[in-house]
Design a protein around this ligand. Structure first.
Ligand code: NAD
Ligand code: UDP
Length: 316
């Protein structure tokens, strides 16, 4: 007989960085997990330890095509998140966000499942308001190299709120700020994994621009805790809600911290700043604190230390 508390949960993008940690957590909490992934940036290594678990099911599927299954909850994470990867095939990136959202919302509507969207701080673009609150509408270029991701995610938010208003769907929209940790790909292209891999391999640390641009880095475990709290929150709390760590650092500070923590002899090499690279980013998480009773607990040093250890093992 099915455990009344055990839910069937779909995680799209479940073989990716965040998705695989979410699968771990849901299984640990006693749920049944359906992991859907087309392995564009995800890897079987991230979920290999789950394949023998009878409550874990892996489906190779591209979310731009409809999916017919029965589930209670959906976490929609499928989408490449690193600028290098989402700019590699920008048309597919927009399709993944927009068609993927339509297909997963359609599935949620058919089976009356609750659905959470992994949106992003990129909906704020290069923000003119600092720190960013959920009420800020953003400053996004519609035709730049980042637009496939930013506008895809913005359109997905629109779809979520129209399904909410039009079809009374139970939705949750999370705006995730830069999150890092074990299981990022060594060639992921995002700043934390790039710097750690470069430092461990004694290569030059590639700082884009003069390194004065800022980001706020959240450790993966903190973010997964927020996902679970948000999914379990009152039905009237649909978001959007900022999820991230308000600790703000310049990219140059991050480079120096990584060099120091790894005792690396790497030097810093300045490279051109990519087009439309946001100059500053810091979440205002007052809403998450109030409605989810959540705030990050893991300091940058601790999170970086865990991540360095992961890459040391991986690269050994
Ligand atoms: P990731 O690239 O590691 O994971 C994305 C996963 O989605 C991969 O496993 C990939 O293979 C899969 N995928 C891509 N296109 C797909 C498709 N068409 N069909 C099925 N699967 C597909 O990235 P991540 O950091 O784990 O990000 C997960 C989600 O969170 C993404 O939606 C991303 O936009 C969002 N997000 C992440 C961050 C962050 O800092 N990590 C910040 C903001 C938003
Ligand atoms: N960045 C950098 N060197 C790298 C990779 C990234 O200086 O090797 C910078 C990048 O230009 C940006 C910041 O680090 O200003 C964060 O980049 P990332 O790709 O991690 O995320 P996003 O720009 O989407 O926040």
């Amino acid at each position: 007989m099915k455990n009344a508390l055990r839910k069937r949960v779909l995680v799209t993008g479940g073989a990716g960085f965040l998705g695989s940690h979410l699968c771990d957590r849901l299984l640990k909490d006693g749920h049944e997990v359906l992991c859907v992934d087309n392995f564009y940036t995800g890897t079987k290594n991230n979920i290999a330890h789950l394949l023998e678990n009878p409550f874990f099911e892996l489906v190779r599927h591209d979310v731009t095509f409809p999916l017919y299954i029965e589930v209670d909850e959906i976490y929609n994470l499928a989408c490449p998140a690193s600028p290098v990867h989402y700019q590699h095939d920008p048309v597919q990136t927009t399709k993944t966000s927009v068609h993927g959202a339509i297909n997963m919302l359609g599935l949620a509507k058919r089976v009356r499942a609750k659905i959470l969207q992994a949106s992003t701080s990129e909906v704020y673009g290069d923000p003119a308001v600092h720190p960013q609150t959920e009420s800020y509408w953003g400053n996004v270029n519609t035709i730049g190299v980042r637009s496939c991701y930013d506008e895809g995610k913005r359109c997905a938010e629109t779809l979520f709120f129209d399904y909410y208003r039009q079809h009374k769907l139970n939705i949750k929209v999370a705006r995730i700020f830069n999150t890092y940790g074990p299981r990022m790909l060594p060639n992921d292209g995002r700043v934390v994994s790039n710097f750690i891999v470069q430092a461990l391999q004694g290569q030059a640390i590639t700082v884009y621009g003069d390194g004065s641009q800022t980001r706020s880095f959240c450790y993966v475990d903190d973010l997964i805790e927020a996902f679970i709290r948000f999914m379990d929150s009152d039905d009237d709390f649909v978001g959007p809600v900022n999820l991230g760590n308000p600790g703000e650092f310049t990219i140059l500070e991050l480079a120096e911290k990584v060099i120091e923590m790894t005792n690396s002899k790497s030097t810093i090499e300045f490279k051109p700043l990519p087009q439309d690279d946001p100059t500053q980013r810091q979440p205002d998480i007052s809403l998450a604190k109030e409605r989810l009773n959540w705030q990050p607990a893991i300091k940058l040093e601790q999170g970086l230390c865990n991540t360095v250890r992961y890459f040391q093992t991986l690269l050994a």
